[in-house]
Write a protein that binds this ligand. Structure first.
Ligand code: NAG
Ligand code: NAG
Ligand code: NAG
Ligand code: NAG
Ligand code: NAG
Length: 949
C-alpha cells in the first residue's frame, strides 16, 4: 500500500490540485496546436499562426523547439515574452505588426537557429536586439521599414550564415557593413533598399566565406570593387539595377568565382558588355529575364563557360540561329514565357550539348521542327502552348529524351510516340484528348510516369496502356471515364499508383476483371465517381479481389446520392490494405464483418456518414488501427471503440458528433493516444466531464486539439460557454468538504463516544455508522453511477503481504479461476487521489477481499478500506466482504480492532493453511465465496454486531 498519508495532508493535496492548476505541464494551449509529445520534446512544435493574436499565448510548453507565430497581430516582442524557451531552435514571427523589439527580448534563446522577422513594421534595429543569439544561422528581416541598424546589433551573431534584409529603407551600405564582417556569413540579401552605391571601401575587410550577394532592385549608380574582398563569391544578383550604373571592377579576378549572375530586367546598353566581360572565365549560369535587347543573347554566349541561360519573359516573338550561334555549349536554355510563334528550323542547330529546353508558355501551334536536331535533349517542356496535333515524327530524333511536358495544349489527338525509347515521364494533362488508343504502343518501354489528368477520355480500351511495361504511375483522374474494358491494365506489372478519381465510373463498370494483372498496385484512388449499391448483400465478384498488394484505397464522395450501401464483402481480397478513406458516402450502416477482409488497416476514414451507432464487432478485427477519422458521423458514444479494445489508436478525429461526456474509462482505454479532436460535440457541463477537463489540461501525452473551443450544450443555462473555462472546483471541493466533515465528525464522535461510552454505548456507535453512511451516500450520488461491475473483487492488503498476493492469490484467483481482480498498484489510475481510487475500486468490484495479517491490522489505510467496504455493506445492504486470514491471530490480539472482532464473530472467514498443508480447500472456499451473490437479508455484520452484544 501507499505510505499512509495523514488525512489532512491528503485533503490539502487534493484541494491544491484544483487551486493551482499548472497548465504549462499539459497539452492544452489556447490558440495553438502543439505537435509532438511532451514525453519526447525534441520534436515539439507549437503552431500558433493565423490566429489574430495580439500577445504571445502563455502556457506554450517550455520545451518547444519550433514556435510559429506568423500571420498574427503582434505589435512588439517584450523582454519576458520568450524568456522560458531555452530550447527553441526555430522562431517565426513573420507577417505581424511588430514595431519594436525590446533589448534582450531574445536573450534566453541561446539555442535558436532560425529567426524569421520578415513582413513586420520594424524601423530600427537597436544594439541589444539579438543579444545571446550565438547559435543563430538564419535571420530574416526582409519587408520591414528598417532605416537604421545599430553598429553593434549583429555582434552576437557569430554563427550567422544567411541574412535577408531585402525590402527595407536602408540607404547607405555602411549600415550593413558589420554583416560583411561576420565570421560565418555566406549569404547576404540586401535587394530592394535605397543603396545608390556599392563600393569596396564601404565594405572594407575581406568576407572570406561570402558566397551569395543579392543587390537587386537598388538604385545603384556605382558598383566599384577595388580590392579582392569577395574571394569566394559565387552568386551575384544585380536584377533591375539602375540603367546608368557605373561598373568599375578594376581587376576581373576579384570576381573570379562568380558562376551565377542575375541580370534580370537589366536596362544598360553598352555598359552591359563590360559587365559580362568581367565574368568571362567563371560564369556558367546567367539570368536575363525581361531582356530588352535580343542581341544580348549573342553577347552572353561569348562567355566561354556559360552552360545555363534563362531568357524568360522577354516578349520574344521569334528566335533564330542569328541570336543563338555561339551558344553551342549551352546545356540548359530557358525560353519560357515569351511570345514565340516562329522558331526557324536551324535555330538550335548547333546545340549538340543541350539537355534541357523550355519553350513553355509561348504561342507555338505545333512542335517546332527546330528541335529535331537536338539528339542530346533529356527534358523538353512544351506546356502552355497552342499545339493542336502531334504527328508521328514530332519527336523522332529525341532518343535521349526522358521527360516531356505537353500539358495545357489544346491537343485532341495524339499519334503514336515513336523513337522515345528512353522516355520516363510524359505529362499530357489539361488537354482535350478523347481517346488514347494506339498512342502508347511499342516504343515507350521505359515510361514510368504517365499523366493524363483533365482530359476528355471516356472509354479505356483493352491494350490502351498494355505495352507500358515499366509504368509505375498512371494518372487518369478528372476525365469522363464511364467504361473500362476488362483487363485494360493487364501487363502493367509494375504499376503502383492508379488514379481514377473524378470520373464517371459506376458500380457496374467496377468489375474485378478491370483490375486483373495489377499485382503490384499499392494506391488506388476512386473518389468522386458514381459508385452506388442498392443493398449490402455480398457481391458475387467483389471488385478488388485481385489487388493483393493494395495499401491505400480512396473511395470517398460518390455521385449525388452517395454510395448508400457498403456491400459486406466489398473489401474482399485487400489483405494488405492499410489506408481506407470512405467518407461522405451517405452510409447509415456497416455490416459487422466489413473490415474482417482488411485486418492490416492502420488508418480509417468514415467521416461524414450518418452512422449514429456502430457495432463493436465492426472494429474488432482492426487490431492495428492507429488513425481513425469519424467526424460528423452522429456518434453518441465511443463505447464500440473501447469494447473493440483498439489500444494502438494514436490519432482520433471525432469532431462534430453527439458526444456529451468523455468519461474516465474512455481516457484510461487509449493510453497511446497523442491527438484527439473533439470540437463541435455537445458537451455536458457538469461534474461528469470534470475528470476529462482536468485530463485535457494536464495530461502530457494526449493533445486535445483546440480544447479551448469546446462548448457546453447542457445544462441549458450554460449553453455556449467554454467547457475549459468552467469551474469544476465544486465537484471536488464538495467531495473534500464532505470528507472533511466526515473526518471531523468521526474524530468528534470518537472523542464523545469515549466519554459517553458508559452511558450510551451502542446508540453512539450506531449513530456514528448512520452518519458515515449518510455522508458516504451523498458523496456517492455526486458521482456517475456505473451500472455493472468492472471487477470481481477488490483486494485490500498490506505491502508486507504483497508477495503472497502476487505469487499465490493472483495466479490462482485471476489465472486459474478467471476472476478479475482490482489491485491498487496495477489498476489504480495514476494522478487520482488515493481515497478516490480506493472508493472506486471497491465500488467497481463485486466483492472486497481483505487479506488480514498483523501488519494489515496495524495499517491505517487498510482499515479505511474496510471502512469503505463496510459502508457499502451498510449503505447498499450488500454483503461484499471476504476475510482471508493469512496468519493465526488469537482473539485477544484482535480485541483492539473492534470492528474486525465483530465481523469475524458473525462471519465465516477463510484461513490460509499452515506451511506444508494442502491449499486446495482454501482456494475452493475462496471460489465459493466469490461466487456467492451479495446477500442483503441474512447477516449484516455491522448491524448484527451492534445489536448482538
Ligand atoms: C549551439 O550549437 C552547437 C553546435 O551545433 C551545439 O553544440 C550547442 O549545444 C548549441 N547551443 C545551444 C545552447 O543549444
Ligand atoms: C533574378 O532576380 C529576379 C528579381 O529579383 C528574381 O525574380 C529571379 O527569380 C532571379 N532569378 C534567379 C534565377 O534567381
Ligand atoms: C512567322 O511565320 C509566318 C509564316 O510561317 C509568317 O507569316 C510570320 O510573319 C512569321 N512571324 C514572325 C514574327 O516572324
Ligand atoms: C489537326 O489534325 C486534323 C486531322 O488530323 C486536321 O483536320 C486539323 O486541321 C489539324 N489541326 C491543325 C491546327 O493542324
Ligand atoms: C525513328 O523510328 C523509325 C521507326 O520507328 C525509324 O525508321 C527512324 O529512323 C527513327 N528515327 C530516328 C531519327 O532515329
Amino acid at each position: 500500500m501507499q505510505a499512509p498519508l495523514p488525512f489532512c495532508t491528503y485533503l490539502l493535496l487534493m484541494l491544491s490540485c484544483f487551486v493551482c492548476v499548472l497548465p504549462t505541464n499539459g497539452f492544452f494551449v489556447i490558440n495553438c496546436v502543439i505537435k509532438g509529445s511532451l514525453k519526447y520534446p525534441a520534436n515539439l512544435k507549437a503552431l500558433c499562426n493565423k490566429r489574430e493574436l495580439c500577445v504571445i499565448p502563455h502556457n506554450i510548453p517550455d520545451q518547444t523547439r519550433v514556435l510559429d507565430l506568423s500571420y498574427n497581430h503582434l505589435m512588439s516582442i517584450k523582454k519576458k515574452d520568450l524568456i522560458y524557451f531555452t530550447k527553441l531552435t526555430h522562431l517565426n514571427v513573420s507577417h505581424n505588426w511588430i514595431k519594436d523589439i525590446k533589448e534582450g527580448a531574445f536573450r534566453s534563446l541561446t539555442a535558436l537557429q532560425e529567426l524569421n522577422l520578415a513582413h513586420n513594421n520594424l524601423h530600427i534595429i537597436s544594439g541589444g536586439s539579438f543579444q545571446n543569439l550565438f547559435n543563430l544561422t538564419v535571420l530574416r528581416l526582409d519587408e520591414n521599414q528598417i532605416t537604421n541598424i545599430s553598429a553593434s546589433a549583429f555582434d552576437p551573431l557569430i554563427s550567422l550564415v544567411m541574412v535577408n534584409l531585402s525590402g527595407n529603407h536602408l540607404a547607405h551600405i555602411h549600415e550593413v557593413q558589420p554583416l560583411f564582417q561576420l565570421l560565418n556569413i555566406q549569404e547576404l540579401h540586401i535587394g530592394r533598399n535605397g543603396f545608390s552605391s556599392f563600393q569596396t571601401p564601404q565594405v572594407s575587410n575581406t568576407s572570406l566565406k561570402l558566397r551569395v550577394l543579392d543587390l537587386s532592385w537598388n538604385p545603384l549608380r556605382v558598383f566599384r570593387i577595388t580590392a579582392d574582398v569577395f574571394p569566394h563569391l559565387e552568386s551575384l544578383g544585380l536584377a533591375f539595377s539602375n540603367e546608368s550604373m557605373t561598373w568599375d571592377v578594376q581587376d576581373a579576378s576579384y570576381l573570379r568565382n562568380v558562376s551565377t549572375l542575375n541580370l534580370t530586367g537589366i536596362e544598360m546598353n553598352e555598359e552591359i558588355k563590360s559587365v559580362l566581360q568581367t565574368f568571362n572565365t567563371s560564369l556558367t549560369n546567367l539570368s536575363l529575364y525581361r531582356l530588352k535587347e535580343k542581341t544580348l543573347i549573342k553577347t552572353a554566349c561569348l562567355i566561354n563557360p556559360l552552360r545555363t541561360l534563362h531568357v524568360q519573359s522577354s516578349r520574344l516573338a521569334s528566335i533564330s540561329a542569328k541570336e543563338l550561334t555561339g551558344c553551342t555549349d549551352l546545356v540548359t536554355l530557358d525560353l519560357s514565357e515569351n511570345s514565340l510563334r516562329n522558331i526557324t528550323n536551324l535555330a538550335f542547330g548547333f546545340m549538340t550539348n543541350l539537355k534541357r529546353l523550355s519553350l513553355s508558355r509561348n504561342k507555338l501551334d505545333s512542335v517546332p521542327p527546330a528541335i529535331w536536331n537536338l539528339s542530346s535533349l533529356e527534358v523538353l517542356d512544351l506546356s502552355y502552348n497552342s499545339i493542336y496535333n502531334l504527328t508521328c515524327s514530332d519527336f523522332n530524333s529525341l532518343a535521349q529524351l526522358q521527360t516531356l511536358y505537353l500539358s495545357r495544349n489544346p491537343l485532341y489527338s495524339v499519334k503514336p510516340f515513336q523513337n522515345l525509347t528512353n522516355l520516363k515521364t510524359l505529362i499530357i494533362s489539361s488537354s482535350r484528348l478523347i481517346s488514347v488508343t494506339n498512342c502508347f504502343r511499342a516504343c515507350l518501354q521505359k515510361l514510368e510516369f504517365l499523366d493524363l489528368t483533365q482530359n476528355k477520355l471516356n472509354y479505356i480500351h483493352k491494350e490502351d496502356f498494355g505495352d507500358l511495361k515499366s509504368l509505375k504511375h498512371l494518372l487518369l483522374n478528372d476525365n469522363q471515364i464511364t467504361t473500362i474494358d476488362k483487363g485494360a491494365f493487364e501487363g502493367l506489372q509494375k504499376l503502383t499508383v492508379l488514379n481514377l478519381q473524378s470520373n464517371k465510373i459506376t458500380q457496374s463498370s467496377l468489375k474485378a476483371s478491370v483490375f486483373s494483372g495489377l499485382t503490384n498496385l499499392k494506391y488506388l484512388l476512386l473518389n468522386n465517381n458514381y459508385l452506388s449499391y442498392s443493398d449490402q448483400s455480398n457481391l458475387v465478384k467483389p471488385p478488388f479481389r485481385y489487388l493483393k498488394s493494395l495499401e491505400t484505397l480512396a473511395i470517398h464522395s460518390q455521385g449525388h446520392k452517395g454510395m448508400l450501401n457498403f456491400p459486406s464483402n466489398f473489401l474482399e481480397g485487400l489483405t494488405s490494405l492499410q489506408v481506407l478513406t470512405a467518407g461522405n458516402l451517405n452510409l447509415n450502416f456497416l455490416y459487422p464483418n466489413t473490415f474482417s477482409h482488411s485486418p492490416r488497416l492502420l488508418s480509417l476514414d468514415l467521416s461524414r456518414n450518418e452512422l449514429t451507432t456502430v457495432s463493436q464487432e465492426l472494429f474488432t478485427p482492426l487490431k492495428r488501427l492507429n488513425r481513425l477519422h469519424m467526424f460528423s458521423t452522429g456518434l453518441q458514444s465511443m463505447d464500440f471503440l473501447m469494447q473493440a479494445n483498439l489500444t494502438e489508436i494514436q490519432y482520433l478525429q471525432i469532431s462534430k458528433n453527439e458526444l456529451a461526456v468523455i468519461n474516465e474509462t474512455f481516457i484510461a482505454s487509449f493510453t497511446n493516444l497523442t491527438y484527439i479532436d473533439l470540437q463541435g460535440n455537445p458537451f455536458s457541463c457538469d461534474c461528469s466531464n470534470a475528470l476529462f477537463v482536468d485530463w485535457a489540461i494536464r495530461n502530457n501525452v494526449t493533445q486535445v486539439v483546440n480544447a479551448d473551443q469546446l462548448t457546453c450544450n447542457y445544462p441549458s443555462k450554460l449553453r455556449g460557454n467554454k467547457l475549459m473555462e468552467l469551474d469544476f472546483e465544486s465537484c471536488t471541493v464538495d467531495k473534500g468538504f464532505f470528507c472533511f466533515i466526515s473526518t471531523t465528525v468521526f474524530i468528534l464522535l470518537i472523542m464523545f463516544s469515549s466519554i459517553l461510552y458508559h452511558f450510551l454505548k451502542w446508540q453512539v456507535v450506531y449513530a456514528y455508522y448512520r452518519l458515515l453512511a449518510f455522508l458516504y451516500k451523498s458523496n456517492q450520488q455526486r458521482k456517475t453511477q456505473s451500472s455493472g461491475y468492472q471487477y470481481d473483487a477488490f483486494i485490500s492488503y498490506n505491502t508486507h503481504d504483497e508477495l503472497w498476493v502476487m505469487s499465490e492469490l493472483l495466479p490462482h484467483v485471476e489465472g486459474e479461476q478467471g476472476w478479475k481482480l482490482c489491485l491498487h498498484h496495477r489498476d489504480f489510475q495514476p494522478g487520482k487521489p488515493i481515497i478516490d481510487n480506493i472508493v472506486d475500486g471497491i465500488n467497481r468490484s463485486r466483492k472486497t477481499i481483505c487479506v488480514i495479517s498483523r501488519h494489515y491490522l496495524e495499517s491505517e489505510w487498510c482499515s479505511r478500506e474496510i471502512q469503505v467496504a463496510s459502508f457499502r455493506l451498510f449503505d447498499e445492504k450488500k454483503d461484499v466482504l471476504i476475510l482471508v486470514f493469512l496468519e493465526n491471530i488469537p482473539p485477544h490480539q484482535l480485541s483492539p480492532y473492534y470492528r474486525m472482532r465483530k465481523l469475524i464473530k458473525k462471519r465465516t472467514y477463510i484461513s490460509w493453511p499452515k506451511p506444508g498443508e494442502d491449499t486446495r480447500v482454501f482456494w475452493e472456499k475462496l471460489r465459493m465465496a466469490l461466487e456467492a451473490k451479495e446477500s442483503s437479508k441474512e447477516e449484516n455484520p455491522i448491524l448484527s454486531g451492534i445489536s448482538g452484544t
